[in-house]
Design a protein around this ligand. Structure first.
Ligand code: GLC
Ligand code: CA
Length: 552
């Protein structure tokens, strides 16, 4: 493989940016961000180095789960604009080298969806679009996704005089994907959005999509067949399509979603490394992350992990033991109101570390260098905080902070009436923390992020390479090496709040040649490579990347 190949499997070296349209930029003064606003910010995103924009749901929806409750798969909610505005966005983005993907929420619909309305009234065809039972299934209270807010995964519907299954909220009935008619409809939805110009999808709740829950009608086929089917179909319609799945599953299960031959999902979020990283952060010890990385199964060549620091949901810690989770809670979410669903944190990362710039750089340096492709959540590039005054997961979906002016440069509407509240005061408020300020400051986080992204893109070894974790003789320091096509990148990260000595022996195939430092904060003397050894001292929370290429 060579450099040319990197544009083929484009997701292996992409920089993905997840955006909540409602919170980005409001161009018509109604207080809600819109598609026009996103189009206006495409140059900003291109300048930052983003190559793929992921739109959170923009479909017509009663918004009882922030749009993850779709009432119409073929439209755009009025408040965001029109389908025409979306096409303009996609076209403008493409012109700047940015692909657009969107959430595909097909595990369930909203109860408002006409399919469900017809199903509950006993329609002979639509009834079977959902999963029904005559009696309440015995384990109805098990496996709720929103503990504390959701009591059961089965609810009784009076109109239907039957129980329907919903893995998420009662207003999100699960589609019956065993029904070929449902599969056809989902194909049509996928085909439609590819025709509109999308490059792929972030597929919501994939393990639940294929779980077999119909108590009266257990399926015999391998549920993964359905994912192969979706991938086949999407490929027939668009060769360079990318499917990124949300599958928060443990090792042993998660890799199945890539498919044995890479014929299912192209990308999977690495919840495993993400959660281990949080434990490593609070302990000042790289070991949990090193162990998690070593435990990752090999993946097919077309496949890729998606790495992130924080996403649009609660920071889930469900993969940690109870004691480990408590450790992370104590450090990063000391107050009850900062926690959610008994397993997660409803804050953004910068507030968890009190805006400590060193720790923010450490986290994002990892997101950009760990094996995989980085995914950012809007605002992370400026260290956007959160608004705990907002309910649930809305706390992290606050308006983007563009400038120190009323409305934060996000809107001209009266700030008192906004659906998503602005954060005005304090170190994370828009008066102090905004894009405009950071543009003017060469040392700002925004400018750091831009350099990080540039470096990451210039070193595709990180996304493509074979990689391994190396010993450092210091548990506080993680070292990993990526090797690809005659190029190598070595990265070291110090998790401790004190300076840490390290000594890394480079594997035989990686020593010699001319290594050069390619990225780091410049906060003191860097460890140096001599012969087959990298040694020296990393300042507290510091990191360095080194690169070497045989070719010019
Ligand atoms: C996924 C989404 C989450 C949503 C849920 C139900 O977990 O990330 O935001 O609430 O699915 O669609
Ligand atoms: Ca608007």
């Amino acid at each position: 493989m060579s450099l040319e190949a990197t544009s083929d499997l484009w997701w292996k070296n992409a920089v993905i940016y997840c955006v909540d349209t409602a919170s980005y930029l409001d161009t018509n003064g109604d207080g809600v961000g819109d598609l026009d606003g996103l189009t206006q910010r495409i140059d900003y995103l291109a300048g930052l180095g983003i190559t793929c924009l992921w739109l959170m749901p923009i479909f017509p929806s009663p918004e009882r789960d922030y749009g993850y409750d779709v009432a119409d798969y073929y439209g755009v909610a009025d408040k965001y604009g029109t389908l025409g505005d979306l096409v303009e966005l996609v076209r403008t983005a493409r012109e700047r080298g940015i692909r657009v993907i969107a959430d595909l929420v097909i595990n369930h619909t909203s109860i408002d969806h006409p399919w469900f309305q017809m199903a509950r009234s006993g329609h002979p065809i639509f009834r079977d679009f959902y999963v029904w039972a005559d009696r309440k299934p015995p384990n109805a209270a098990e496996g709720v996704i929103f503990p504390g807010k959701q009591e059961s995964i089965w609810s009784y519907d009076r109109a239907a005089r039957a129980w329907y299954m919903h893995r998420f909220y009662p207003h999100q009935p699960d589609l019956n994907i065993n029904n070929p008619l449902v599969r056809n409809e989902i194909h049509k939805v996928i085909g439609f959005w590819l025709e509109v110009g999308l490059s792929g999808f972030r597929i919501d709740a994939v393990p639940f999509l294929i779980e077999q829950v119909d108590p009266d009608n257990p399926a015999t086929a391998d549920p993964h067949d359905y994912l192969r089917d979706i991938a086949d179909f999407a490929h027939r319609r668009r060769g360079d399509v990318m499917l990124l799945a949300e599958a928060n599953e443990p090792i042993g299960k998660i890799e199945k979603f890539f498919g044995e031959h890479g014929d299912e999902m192209h990308m999977l979020f690495s919840f495993i490394t993400n959660q281990a990283m949080y434990l490593a952060f609070v302990r000042g010890d790289a070991t949990p992350l090193a162990d998690a990385l070593r435990s990752l199964p090999p993946i097919p060549p077309e496949s890729q992990w998606a790495n992130f620091v924080k996403n649009h949901d609660e920071q889930s810690l469900d993969k940690l033991s109870d004691a480990e989770r408590e450790e992370v809670f104590a450090a990063f979410a000391p107050k009850k109101g900062m926690r959610l669903f008994e397993r997660g944190i409803r804050r953004r990362f910068p507030t968890m570390v009190d805006g400590d710039r060193r720790r923010m750089e450490l986290a994002y340096s990892l997101a950009f260098s760990l094996p995989g492709t980085p995914v950012l959540f809007y605002g992370e590039e400026i260290g956007l905080g959160d608004n705990l005054a907002m309910a649930d997961r809305e706390a992290v979906r606050l308006p983007m902070q563009w400038a120190d002016q009323p409305g934060a440069g996000f809107t001209t509407a009266d700030a008192r009436n906004l659906p998503r509240k602005l954060l005005r005061d304090g170190p994370f408020g828009y008066r102090q923390l905004n894009v405009e300020e950071q543009r003017h400051d060469p040392g700002s986080f925004l400018n750091w992020m831009e350099r990080a992204i540039r470096t990451r893109k210039e070193w595709p070894e990180l996304g493509w390479g074979e990689w391994r974790v190396l010993g450092t003789r210091n548990p506080a320091v993680l070292a990993h090496l990526a090797t690809w096509d005659g190029g190598r990148v070595l990265a070291v990260h110090n998790f401790a709040d004190v300076a840490s000595r390290l000594s890394v022996r480079l594997p035989d195939d990686a020593n010699g040649g001319r290594w050069r430092p390619i990225f780091g904060p410049g906060d003191g003397d860097a460890p140096t490579i001599e012969g087959d050894r990298l040694s020296g001292e990393l300042p507290p929370y510091s990191y360095r990347w080194y690169g070497r290429r045989d070719r010019v």
